[in-house]
Design a protein around this ligand. Structure first.
Ligand SMILES: *[C@@H]1O[C@H](CO)[C@@H](O)[C@H](O)[C@H]1NC(C)=O
Length: 369
């Protein structure tokens, strides 16, 4: 065969293969085009690169594909990031309105869905997302989403990150959430969630951050949380949570930040909690805690912040605090404490405001006894 004939045959052969070799399948592209059509992004033109008739796996802003099969795996659109596209705006932040079109549920190879910090995206979280078996990251923080968290969220067995913070999501935390056995990071902060924290939240053995602050959650703190041996950060602040602080929280080895402030907690502060030397930030402010402050500090106590203000604590400031290695910020104000403030290096840098509005505290930095 003459060389030109061979080249032509190769060329025809390549052309025949083209649709399957190059680019995402039309169904993925159509799903993305429908998704785009439900959103309005007036300032940056982030969807300018999403052109019908082009390959959605190459150069579509925010889209990534699996190179082996050209299926869409990632949608990553952030309105607040270091991305150069955001430098076009005066504030360096983006804005989008519209809603999340359920067409994205047709992207059945999706592993990452990040539509974050666009402020104006409203409407429901498409409940069909629970049928995406490969979803690992669902991050919709910082929009205006309303409606409820899908009841069947527990179906997402590979989910490691669930971030729905800073929206207007209402209803309860679905009980199926405790089935998310791969979940590491849960952030539902700053929504309108009601009802109780699921009693068996402690089933989430992989969880390292549980952030549920600024909602309307009621009920008590589930003691099962004590079983979450990887939990480093627990924030239930600014809710309507009642009852006592479970003793079990004092036994959590990697817990380093615990914010339970601005709730309706009663009872005494568990000794084991205050003596948990892993804790670096503890905020129990603005509750109705009573009894004495346990005298359980030691040379390994290292608090960046310890805020027990605005409670009904009585008795004296525990002497052992002066043996602590470090207390950065201490607030014991607005309680019923009495007696001399201990002397020692942890107290040297503290101001009178740390001890304000108690019954009869005295000594440096307050008036002498
Ligand atoms: C503790 O929580 C209270 C009330 O929610 C807040 O005002 C205070 O700043 C917090 N303390 C620290 C040290 O962050």
């Amino acid at each position: 065969m003459r060389p030109t004939g061979f080249i032509i045959i190769c060329w025809v052969f390549t052309l025949a293969l083209l649709p399957s070799v190059y680019g995402c399948p039309p169904s993925d592209r159509q799903a993305l085009v429908a998704f785009k059509s439900s959103l309005q992004e007036p300032y940056l033109g982030i969807f300018d690169s999403w052109k019908l008739g082009t390959d959605c796996c190459s150069n579509w802003y925010g889209i990534s594909c699996d190179p082996t099969n050209e299926r869409v795996t990632d949608i990553s659109l952030r309105g607040e990031s270091e991305d150069p596209i955001l430098q076009k705006t005066r504030t360096g932040t983006g804005f989008m309105s519209g809603s999340i079109n359920p067409s994205i549920c047709q992207l059945d190879r999706l592993t990452t869905l990040i539509i974050a910090d666009w402020k104006g995206i409203a409407g429901q979280i498409p409940h069909c997302l629970v049928s995406l078996p490969n979803l690992r990251v669902l991050d919709l923080i910082g929009n205006s989403l309303s409606g409820t968290i899908p009841q069947e969220i527990g179906n997402l067995q590979k989910l490691t990150v669930l971030n729905l913070a800073d929206n207007k999501i209402s209803g309860g935390i679905p009980s199926s959430i405790v089935q998310l056995s791969s979940l590491k990071h849960l952030d539902l902060s700053n929504n309108l969630l009601t009802g109780e924290v699921p009693a068996n939240l402690g089933n989430l053995k992989m969880l390292s951050r549980a952030l549920l602050s600024r909602n309307q959650l009621s009920g008590s703190i589930p003691s099962s949380i004590g079983n979450m041996y990887r939990l480093a950060d627990l924030d239930l602040s600014m809710n309507k949570i009642r009852g006592e602080i479970p003793e079990q929280l004092g036994k959590m080895r990697v817990l380093s930040t615990l914010n339970l402030d601005s709730n309706l907690l009663t009872g005494e502060i568990p000794s084991a909690l205050l003596g948990n030397t892993g804790l670096g930030i503890l905020n129990l402010s603005r509750n109705s805690l009573q009894g004495n402050i346990p005298d359980v500090f030691g040379p390994e106590s290292y608090y960046m912040a310890l805020d027990l203000s605005f409670n009904n604590l009585k008795g004296s400031v525990p002497r052992s605090i002066s043996s602590a290695k470090f207390i950065g910020h201490l607030d014991l104000s607005h309680n019923h404490l009495c007696g001399p403030i201990p002397i020692g290096s942890p107290f040297d840098h503290l101001e009178a405001s740390s001890f304000d509005a108690n019954d009869c505290l005295c000594g440096n930095p307050l008036k002498t006894c």
